[in-house]
Write a protein that binds this ligand. Structure first.
Ligand code: GRF
Length: 212
């Protein structure tokens, strides 16, 4: 079955979930300052020290720390998170270094409207420490993936990918930095395509309509 996702019209309202440094959030905020069809209306972190919250505040975007310890279980936490996203009017949820797994109810509630960025060429090296996994495996090409989120870990339909070489003397840090440059380019581009309603999920494939 083919579903059209995204929405034409005014600038798409985006919520970003981030647990840490927030460099992808910054790339999105930077893009949104220009001629861009989306704007960030909410940043949520599960960690109160997350740099991402500071980036949001500096950009004048509502920043909320939602501490999992304040909730009896994941379902309750996810429900509160979903309510925050809806109350902010966000139509797209972007995970950017968000370290908590989202439960089935959250994924279903925002089906086809959650994206994630992963520092590997999926389906290779899902989960934690993808860059280290790539080095340990000995691949010659690594990269970044933006994908829609389904109920698995890094398994949803792929929107965009970009590759980088793995060099003989690469450290995990050097490779991560090379991949990060691609991440910062890919994520705003994926959001832009979604906001312009150019993405269609067709089973496992995401088709990208030509610009009209
Ligand atoms: C990025 O490498 C992203 O691909 C992964 O977590 C990292 C987050 O980095 N999911 P940042 O917080 O956006 O700087």
């Amino acid at each position: 079955m083919t579903r059209i996702v995204g929405a034409m019209g005014e600038r798409l309202a985006v919520a970003v979930l981030a647990s840490g440094r927030g460099s992808n959030l910054r790339a999105i905020l930077d893009a949104a300052r220009g001629d861009f069809p989306a704007r960030v209306v909410l940043v949520v972190s599960d960690r109160d020290h997350a740099l991402a919250l500071q980036h949001a505040e500096r950009a004048g975007v509502r920043a909320v720390c939602l501490d999992p310890k304040g909730f009896p279980d994941r379902a309750a936490f996810d429900a509160a998170l979903g309510d925050l996203v809806d109350a902010a009017g966000a139509r797209l949820v972007c995970l950017a270094g968000y370290m908590r797994l989202l439960g089935r109810a959250f994924v279903r509630r925002f089906e086809g409207r959650i994206m994630n960025i992963h520092p590997a060429l999926l389906p290779a090296f899902p989960g934690l420490h993808a860059q280290r996994q790539a080095l340990d495996y000995g691949v010659k090409i690594a990269g970044a993936t933006v994908h829609f989120v389904d109920e698995g870990v890094d398994t949803g339909p792929i929107i965009l990918q970009s590759s980088v070489p793995v060099l003989d003397d690469d450290t995990e840090e050097a490779l991560s930095n090379r991949i990060l440059v691609e991440e910062h380019r890919l994520y705003p581009e994926a959001i832009r395509l979604f906001a312009l309603a150019r993405l269609t999920i067709d089973g496992r494939r995401v088709r990208i309509a030509r610009a009209s």
